[in-house]
Design a protein around this ligand. Structure first.
Ligand SMILES: Cc1cc2nc3c(=O)[nH]c(=O)nc-3n(C[C@H](O)[C@H](O)[C@H](O)COP(=O)(O)OP(=O)(O)OC[C@H]3O[C@@H](n4cnc5c(N)ncnc54)[C@H](O)[C@@H]3O)c2cc1C
Length: 275
């Protein structure tokens, strides 16, 4: 039987080190995790490549744990694992909230947080959470490991500082103090891509990040400063408009996204007033 994957090659590493060696030796390899993004490209005749590196069997990239003050999430952790994790629900409830709204159960069982980050869609629902949480992305190559602040990870639309011979191996989230808040606005509750998505933390210095309103996730630092300084909400909403650059596309319009972003800011501020 001839299928869409007949002409494709898939390498099956046994260890993370194996995988990193294969990536170093063959620059044409595309890492494959849960395949929920990659398979869409494959089925629509636009595969990300012809040679794939299957990460799914690498259990060293799984697992969620708290080490000291840091929540560590393996890159291959699925949304279902994130939702089930007591550590995530306690330390980073806004990530559990985001995971609950991704796709539906099938996607939650296969889609991984590492895949969401690497895919780099401006609509990726975990990205505002990781930005507002000041997370670090661990990148490993065959002979180097580095931890990049999530807010420095993207360099443009679907472009990042990850080198082709590196894998995302984990995400580290330092302790987040303050009330966490997440809201996704889409066409319906399940299987919808965000029109606007926002994650925020109410702390003496608030932290606010939005998705689907610019080529990459936006950390709204000037809006945060305005709120911290006690500026009226309407002024913070005006500031937010200067920090986002939404577009018209098949899911929404720039004008709608601007309006919703301002309203989400107001909702965050009123929902978290009492902590
Ligand atoms: C029906 C449907 C609904 C969806 N709904 C949502 C939604 O509501 N919200 C949302 O944000 N997304 C959604 N998605 C997109 C997708 O499920 C997520 O982006 C998911 O997290 C991708 O993870 P994955 O493991 O499947 O990635 P894959 O498809 O395996 O890979 C995606 C990209 O990441 C790279 N990659 C994967 N893992 C690594 C790694 N560890 N290191 C380096 N590169 C890596 C791959 O090379 C590829 O470029 C949906 C997709 C579908 C098909």
């Amino acid at each position: 039987m001839r299928t869409a994957i007949t002409p494709l090659v898939m390498l099956q590493p046994r260890t993370v080190r194996d995988a990193l060696r294969m990536l170093r030796e063959d620059g044409s390899l595309t890492p494959m995790a849960g395949c929920t993004d990659l398979y869409v490209g494959l089925n629509f005749g636009a595969p990300a490549g012809r040679r794939f590196l299957n990460l799914w069997g690498l259990d060293a990239l799984r697992g969620i744990e708290v080490r000291g003050d840091v929540l560590r999430i393996g890159a291959l952790s699925t949304y279902s694992e994130i939702i089930r994790s007591a550590d995530v629900r306690r330390r980073l409830p806004m990530l559990a909230a985001a995971a609950c709204e991704i796709g539906a159960v099938q996607i939650q069982n296969r889609g991984t947080i590492g895949g969401n980050i690497a895919n780099g869609s401006p609509a990726g629902d975990t990205l505002p959470v990781l930005s507002a949480a000041d997370a670090l992305v661990e990148l490993r190559g065959i002979d180097s490991t580095r931890k990049v602040p999530f807010t420095d990870f993207y360099t443009g639309y679907r472009a990042s500082v990850r080198r082709p011979d590196e894998l995302i191996t984990s995400i580290e989230v330092p302790r987040v103090d303050g009330c966490q808040w997440f809201r996704k606005v889409g066409t319906r509750a399940a299987q919808s891509i965000s029109k606007v998505v926002m994650a925020a933390v109410r702390a003496p210095h608030p932290r606010i990040a939005l998705g689907s309103v610019a080529p990459t996730v936006v950390r709204a630092r000037r809006t945060e400063d305005a709120l911290e300084s006690g500026a009226p909400l309407v002024e913070a909403q005006r500031m937010l408009q200067t920090e986002i650059s939404p577009i018209d596309d098949i899911r929404s319009t720039a004008a709608y996204r601007r309006e919703v972003a301002a309203r989400l800011l107001a909702q965050f501020w009123s929902d978290t007033r009492r902590g």
